[in-house]
Design a protein around this ligand. Structure first.
Ligand code: FPP
Length: 247
């Protein structure tokens, strides 16, 4: 066995504090490629390998829900070729990995408006969502064309429309009304939010859902992230004292 192999450990062992929902801002693909004098797309390809490794590790560790920030609503500002490359990698990932995920009881969910992608990608995503929708063991959430401010604005718009129609009294609007209208509705509360590559910001990711999440920043570039990195993040999480505003 390789010396760096890790023994799978459940997300809930030791103190009993279980991380049901882990989200990751996968950052550093470009820098990983640059360090090797490779084109950026090589970093994204290695990033897909890290997605596969991390998703497998997450379900081995009993994590119910893994949410990955694959494409933000701001990423459209990137060069057209990079957007084409990322879309191609996503399609390839669905083609090559969906069977395994499905066999392991993994349900796929998307947050963000993926209909902005090219029709071939939208069709593949729709098929993957339909095929895995009844799976209950764990959920892999991919954020595509996702931005938290846009998600919150959409929820506010719906509530305002309901108020105008007299269906809801604005004075009764509570956090639960907003949560129910977010793309993440029905998912477990977010426990742990990881960002790789040394940057320490949320970049418009899960701003509402992160209200009581533990934040974990690592210098590891996303393509180097593996089961050991995830285990370290979960060890750190278990050592945190979560008070949710109480004492
Ligand atoms: C950030 O690195 C990474 C992205 C914007 C894309 C993440 C996408 C993948 C890992 C591959 C596709 C995903 C799936 C689910 C198949 P960066 O390019 O901003 O890196 P840099 O900051 O070092 O330039």
């Amino acid at each position: 066995m390789a010396s760096n192999a890790v023994t799978p450990r459940l997300a809930s062992d030791r103190s009993g504090q279980a991380a049901r929902h882990v989200a990751i801002i996968m950052d550093g693909n470009g820098r990983w490629a640059k360090k090797r004098m490779l084109p950026r797309v090589a970093g994204h390809k290695a990033g897909v390998d890290a997605v596969r490794r991390t998703a497998r590790a997450a379900w081995d560790m009993g994590i119910e829900c893994l949410t990955l920030y694959a494409f933000s609503s701001e990423n459209w500002k990137r060069p057209e070729q990079e957007i084409i490359d990322l879309t191609g990698l996503l399609k390839h990932f669905i083609r090559s990995d969906l069977d395994e995920f499905h066999a392991n009881g993994v349900r796929l969910r998307i947050i963000g408006d993926y209909h902005a992608f090219e029709p071939g990608a939208v069709r593949m995503i729709d098929e993957a969502l339909a095929r895995t929708s009844a799976n209950r063991k764990s959920t892999l959430v991919i954020a595509l064309n996702y931005g938290a401010q846009d998600e919150l604005a959409r929820a506010a718009r719906i509530l305002a429309q309901q108020a105008v129609r007299g269906e809801i009294d604005p004075a009764t609007i509570a956090p639960g009304h907003i949560s129910a209208l977010l793309d993440t509705t029905g998912l477990p509360p977010l426990d742990l939010l990881i960002r790789t590559s040394g940057e320490q910001r949320l970049s418009n990711f899960l701003l509402w859902q992160a209200a009581y999440a533990e934040l974990y920043f690592t210098d590891t570039l996303w393509p180097d992230f593996d089961e050991r990195s995830l285990a370290e993040a979960l060890d750190d999480f278990r050592a945190r004292e979560r008070r949710f505003g109480g004492l």
